[in-house]
Design a protein around this ligand. Structure first.
Ligand code: PGA
Length: 232
């Protein structure tokens, strides 16, 4: 794994953007995208750039179960606001939070199979989750409906007005699909992630820390700010 330490998330966003730009000069056609606070600086770089994404495909990691695309807490809405409305892609895919749990996982896995991901953007949870693949998730997992852990629900609370509005379930791409990306850019910002990234990079490879599986991937770049890297 290549490790890059930056001053803060703004510099981290610029670094990740450079890697994407470099990828686009070559063969990159499909970006795996993430939501949350981590990729916001990257999306700002992308929207303010003169790059054209009109030939590119975007596939997002996850969506809250039960939220419609026009709900302002949904990840559809987030992606539209942060990126897609400003930089149109050829096609974008995000799990449908209102879709039937019997059919949605297979539909989404087919999309991933048909559009192999060139570069996957990832954040990490304070509990080590990647996507919404919480501790205990099999490394062989594919898209499915997941129960969010109490710690994830607690960190997601900051984005909702009332605690009872925070969804307890989500659709998430599985760990197997994340690992199928040719390149992974993991971004980690803030002191609250220090423990999780230490275990991810230096601990044993274990389903207790889903991010630790990235040690097995041949092409991962980790961009951390100084606060997140303080235990490394
Ligand atoms: P965050 O979430 O970017 O909002 O910190 C990351 C994650 O939980 O994967």
């Amino acid at each position: 794994m290549e490790k890059i330490i930056v001053k803060d998330n703004i510099e981290g966003g610029k670094k990740a953007f450079e890697l994407i730009k470099e990828g686009m000069r070559q063969e990159t056609k499909v970006l795996g995208l993430a939501t949350g606070s981590t990729p916001i600086a990257l999306y700002k770089e992308m929207t303010e750039s003169d790059l054209d994404f009109g030939h590119m495909t975007a596939i997002n990691l996850d969506e809250y179960f039960g939220l419609s695309a026009d709900n302002d807490q949904s990840y559809h809405y987030f992606m539209q606001e942060q990126l897609f409305s400003k930089k149109p892609f050829k096609e974008t895919f995000i799990p449908d939070g209102l879709a039937d749990e019997e059919t949605e996982p297979a539909r989404y896995d087919k999309i991933i199979d048909e559009h192999p991901i060139d570069i996957q953007i990832l954040g990490i949870g304070t509990n080590g989750h990647i996507g919404f693949n919480e501790p205990g998730t099999s490394f062989d997992s594919t898209t499915r409906k997941v129960s969010l852990t109490e710690s994830t629900i607690a960190s997601n609370k900051r984005n909702f007005e009332k605690a009872e509005e925070v969804p307890r379930y989500a659709y998430s791409m599985g760990i197997k699909s994340i690992l199928s990306a040719k390149e992974i850019i993991l971004m980690v910002f803030g002191e609250e992630k220090a423990e999780a990234i230490k275990k991810t990079l230096e601990g044993p490879i274990t389903t207790d820390v889903p991010g630790s599986v990235l040690q097995q991937h041949p092409n991962v770049v980790v961009i951390m700010d100084e606060a997140a890297a303080k235990l490394i």
